[in-house]
Design a protein around this ligand. Sequence first.
Ligand code: FE2
Length: 240
Amino acid sequence: MKRDERDRFPGALSLRGILRITAIAPVILASGALAGGPGEPSGHALPPLPYAADALEPVISATTIGYHYGKHHKGYIDNLNKLIAGTELADMPLEEIIAATAGKPDRIAIFNNAAQAWNHAFYWRSVSPAGGGEPPDALRRTIEASFGTVDACKKELAAAAAAQFGSGWAWLVLDGDTLRIVKTANAGNPMTEGMKPLLVIDVWEHAYYLDHQNRRADYVAGIIEKLINWQFALENMARR
Ligand code: FE2
C-alpha cells in the first residue's frame, strides 16, 4: 500500500507492518490469550492484571482501575468476541485479527475492539508499582543513541501524550534500529506501520479523568516519574 493510501486509512497495514506483527507475536500472545479449554467459554479472555488494583496509587487509583480494566478493557474483549463469533477470525490471536482488519473500513469495529484489547493489555504491563526511575543500562544506551539523553526521551514522550488530540495513545517504539516516540488516535497501533511497540501510555480520558480530571499532563508526568516500566521496554526491544 502506498503512503498516500495509508494516510487515508491510518490503520492500514504496510508490508513492513505485516512482517513486524509476525515478528512480535510472542509479546501479544502473552497479553491476549485465547480462552476455550474444556468447560471454558470460547474467545479471548481478559488477561490478569499484573498487580493489585491499588498498586499504582496515587497516580492511578483503584477506582480508575476498576472501571478502566474491569469495564473498558473487558468491554473491548466482550465486544470483540461477539463480533468474531462464527467468523474466520474466531480462532485467531489478537495480532492476526489486527493484521486482517487494519485499514479495512468495513471491518473497523472488529479492528477497533481487537486493537483496544491488545493496547490495554500492553498498557497494563507498561506501568508497574516498581517502575519509574532510570532505564536499565542496555536500554539507556539505545535511548541515548536515539534521543541524546534519557531526559529528552521522557520529554518527547510527555509532549506526545499531551499533544494527542482527543482519545489515543503515546508510544515508545523501535523503528528499524532507532527508538522513536509516536502517537496514535483512538485504537491505532504502530505495529500496523511496521514499528515495534516498547511502551505505551493510554491518554483516553477514561485513563485519568477520575484521578486528575482535565489535567492530563499531571497523569502523564506521574507515570513517567513513578510507574513507567523500563524493564518491560527492554524485554520488548530484545525480542527481535
Ligand atoms: Fe483505556
